[in-house]
Design a protein around this ligand. Structure first.
Ligand SMILES: Cc1cc2nc3c(=O)[nH]c(=O)nc-3n(C[C@H](O)[C@H](O)[C@H](O)COP(=O)(O)OP(=O)(O)OC[C@H]3O[C@@H](n4cnc5c(N)ncnc54)[C@H](O)[C@@H]3O)c2cc1C
Length: 384
C-alpha cells in the first residue's frame, strides 16, 4: 500500500519543510522574535539569511535567478518562517507576492529582467500602497491622482496603513489616472521609489506589525517616470484582482504557521504549569481546549495546501481562496483567544508569545480584504 504523505506533500517538499524548520530553530528563536516585536526592530539578520538560502526566488523562474518551484513550496516556506516569526514571513511574502508576482503577472520584460534577480538576492524589497483614508474596503474609490506631464506622471494625495513602505525599494502604488470613467476603470499601478522627492512617510502607532511598522504616506507633486508604470494604463484594478488568489493563499500559509506556534506554546505551557498538585494539562477542560485548537490547526493546514495545489494546477480558485483566508485567519484568532485562557494571567505579559499572537490575529481578519468583504465576494460567487 502506498504511504499517504502529510498533506499530500512529496518527499522533496517534506525535506524542504524540514530544512526550513531547522533554519528557524537555528536562526529565529522565540527570543529573537520577541526582541524584534518589543524593540520595533526589522528582522534584517534573519531576512538576509533567508536570501542567502535562495528562498526569495521560490516562485521566480530560473531565467531570472529563481528556483522556479511552486505555491506548495512557497506555502511551506511562509508557514514555517511564520512559525518562527510572522513579521519575517511577511517580508518574504511582500517580496514574493507584491514584488515578484506583480512583476511576473503584469510587469514588462524589461522590469522583470531588472528587478527579479534583485528580489532573489534580497536586495529589492516591496510593499503595497493601495489603502487611503477614505478608501478602505471600497478600494476602487481611491483618490490619489497621477497626471501625465511629458515623460512623467505627477502624483498627489495621501495613502494610509502602508506596511513596511519605509524599507521598500519600490512600492506598488495604485493611483487614479482617469476621473471620467467608472471607478474600477481609471486606476493605474506604478512602481514607486519611496525616497523620491515629494514623498513624506509618517509612522503610525499600531498594536501590530511593530517591527516592520505601518505608515501614512503623503505625495506632494511626486514625479514618477512613465517607464515605472506597472502593467497597462487604467488597467490597475484588473491587475490587482489577478493576484488576489495568490495573496489570500500567502496570508493563509503565514497564519497556519502562526497558529501552530500559538498551539504549541499553549501545549508546552499546560504541561509545565502545576496547580492543585498536577499539571493543568491533566484537567479535562484544558485538554478539550487544546484538542479543539489542534483540530483547527489540522484543518488550516489541509485547506492551505489544497489551495496551493489548485494554484499550481492553475485551477481557478477565487472562492476557495476567500474561504481559506477566512477560515485560517478566524481559526488563528480563536486559537489565540483559547491560548490566552490556557496561559491564564501570564498570557498578558510579553514574556510569552501568546499576547503577540492575540494582537496579530486581530489584524489578519482585516488585512488583505476584510473577512466581511470576502464573504460578500463569496456570496456573489454563489449567485445569492
Ligand atoms: C496593520 C495594518 C496593515 C495594513 N497594511 C496595508 C498595506 O501594506 N497596504 C495597503 O494598501 N493597505 C494596508 N492595510 C489596510 C487594510 O487593507 C484595510 O484596513 C482594510 O482593507 C479595511 O479598510 P478600512 O480599515 O478602511 O475599513 P473599512 O472599509 O472602513 O471597514 C470597516 C468595517 O466595515 C466593514 N465593511 C466595509 N464595507 C462593507 C461591506 N460592503 N459589507 C460588509 N461589511 C463592510 C468592514 O468589513 C469592517 O468591518 C493595512 C491595515 C492595517 C490595520
Amino acid at each position: 500500500m502506498l504511504a499517504v504523505k502529510e498533506y499530500g506533500l512529496t518527499d522533496e517538499q517534506i525535506m524542504f519543510r524540514d530544512t526550513v524548520r531547522k533554519f528557524i530553530k537555528d536562526h529565529v528563536p522565540e527570543e529573537y522574535a520577541r526582541k524584534c516585536d518589543q524593540e520595533k526592530l526589522v528582522p534584517w539578520e534573519a531576512f538576509n539569511k533567508v536570501a542567502e538560502m535562495g528562498w526569495l526566488g521560490v516562485v521566480i523562474p530560473e531565467k531570472y535567478g529563481g528556483s522556479e518551484l511552486g505555491f506548495v513550496e512557497l506555502g511551506i516556506l511562509l508557514e514555517e518562517l511564520s512559525y518562527g516569526y510572522l513579521e519575517l514571513a511577511t517580508m518574504v511574502y511582500r517580496a514574493s507576492v507584491h514584488g515578484a508576482e506583480s512583476l511576473l503577472t503584469y510587469g514588462s520584460e524589461e522590469q522583470k529582467e531588472k528587478y527579479l534577480p534583485l528580489i532573489v538576492q534580497g536586495k529589492f524589497k516591496s510593499s503595497l500602497s493601495l489603502t487611503e483614508p477614505n478608501s478602505g474596503s471600497d478600494a476602487a474609490s481611491i483618490q490619489v491622482k497621477a497626471v501625465r506631464d511629458g515623460d512623467y506622471y505627477i502624483i498627489n494625495g495621501q495613502k494610509i496603513f502602508n506596511s513596511a513602505v519605509n524599507i521598500a525599494t519600490r512600492t506598488v502604488l495604485a493611483a487614479r489616472t482617469d476621473t471620467t470613467v467608472p471607478k474600477h476603470k481609471g486606476i493605474t499601478l506604478f512602481f514607486v521609489d519611496p525616497t523620491t522627492p515629494g514623498i513624506e512617510i509618517e509612522r503610525m502607532d499600531t498594536m501590530v506589525f511593530r517591527a516592520l511598522g505601518t505608515y501614512q504616506v503623503f505625495y506632494n507633486d511626486v514625479r514618477v517616470h512613465k517607464d515605472d508604470m506597472l502593467g497597462q494604463l487604467n488597467n490597475g484594478w484588473k491587475h490587482l484582482m489577478t493576484n488576489l488568489t495568490k495573496e489570500r493563499f500567502a496570508i493563509a500559509a503565514m497564519m497556519t504557521g502562526a497558529l501552530r506556534h500559538a498551539l504549541d506554546t499553549a501545549i508546552n505551557y499546560a504541561k509545565q504549569r502545576v496547580q492543585f498538585g498536577q499539571s493543568i494539562s491533566k484537567f479535562q477542560v484544558i485538554q478539550h481546549k487544546l484538542v479543539d485548537m489542534k483540530i483547527e490547526a489540522h484543518l488550516a493546514q489541509l485547506t492551505t495546501y489544497d489551495l496551493a495545489k489548485r494554484i499550481d494546477a492553475k485551477v481557478p480558485s477565487r472562492t476557495e481562496a476567500s474561504a481559506t483566508k477566512i477560515y485560517v485567519t478566524e481559526a488563528y484568532h480563536r486559537i489565540a483567544i483559547q491560548g490566552m485562557q490556557v496561559l491564564g494571567g501570564y498570557s498578558v505579559t510579553p514574556d510569552f508569545p501568546m499576547e503577540r499572537h492575540y494582537r496579530e490575529s486581530v489584524l489578519q481578519k482585516i488585512g488583505g480584504g476584510t473577512n466581511e468583504v470576502l464573504r460578500n465576494s463569496m456570496a456573489k460567487d454563489l449567485e445569492l
